[in-house]
Design a protein. Structure first.
Length: 231
């Protein structure tokens, strides 16, 4: 088997896809995956796709890992917590991934959708804001600092981080939303390159979702916002 299906199935073990009929996206719940293996599979999928390949959303979570984006500086890793550090090819600075955090990888053909990267970032943020609103959490994006933020106890706190890579007119990487996780490792970094940036999660607001249920609820909202059919 060749092409993007081969690249995906070798990694995902043939994880079943659910087609979002409104947008045409394929949505795959991969469970917990190794960060580097997932990243390399996204690269292979993107390199192998063609104009007829459906866009996909991969839902996953990772074992503990710090990732540095293309502009990431190691001085933002303020303490050695014994957690692996990976230099990745996404945009942005440093962030943390770990169990209890939903990661949604967005494999989108920008040329076919007729949108630019900035429009896609705004669409991702709008989708997360809509999802959080459904959970009675008021959230917003910031034009000067991509991601999604909330007010918790009078403190602006980041609840979702974004980082994309564009290759051959198509995106991979995506967003990470904190659901119910150990937030302590964020204390050893300057999250997204901002010293003192507070982070929070759904559990802090009493939302009883786990990663799987949060992903199932967020994915169709993402697909709708990212689809060229979305107004």
């Amino acid at each position: 088997m060749h092409g993007p299906s081969a690249a995906r199935d070798e990694f995902a073990g043939g994880a079943p896809a659910r087609r979002d009929e409104a947008s045409g996206f394929l949505i795959r719940a991969l469970g917990r995956t190794d960060y580097v293996r997932c990243w390399r599979s996204m690269q292979a999928f993107t390199d192998a796709r063609d104009v007829s390949t459906p866009d996909e959303i991969w839902l996953t979570e990772h074992p503990p890992v710090y990732t540095l984006g293309l502009a990431g500086r190691r001085e933002h890793l303020r303490h050695d917590a014994g957690i692996p550090v990976v230099k990745a090819d996404r945009g942005g600075q440093v962030t943390y991934h770990g169990p209890g955090q939903l990661v949604a990888y967005l494999l989108v053909d920008l040329r076919r959708a007729g949108v630019g990267v900035r429009d896609m970032v705004r669409a991702i943020e709008a989708a997360v804001v809509e999802f959080l609103d459904s959970q009675r959490i008021s959230a917003y994006g910031r034009p000067d600092a991509p991601g999604v933020y909330v007010n918790r106890g009078g403190v602006e706190s980041k609840i979702a981080a974004l980082g994309l890579k564009v290759r051959n007119g198509c995106t991979y990487h995506g967003l990470a939303m904190n659901v119910a996780m150990d937030l302590a490792p964020f204390g050893d970094i300057d999250p997204c390159g901002y010293p003192g940036l507070a982070v929070t999660q759904l559990a802090d607001f009493g939302v009883p979702l786990d990663v799987g249920s949060a992903g199932a609820a967020l994915a169709p909202i993402l697909a709708r916002h990212l689809s060229r059919r979305h107004p």
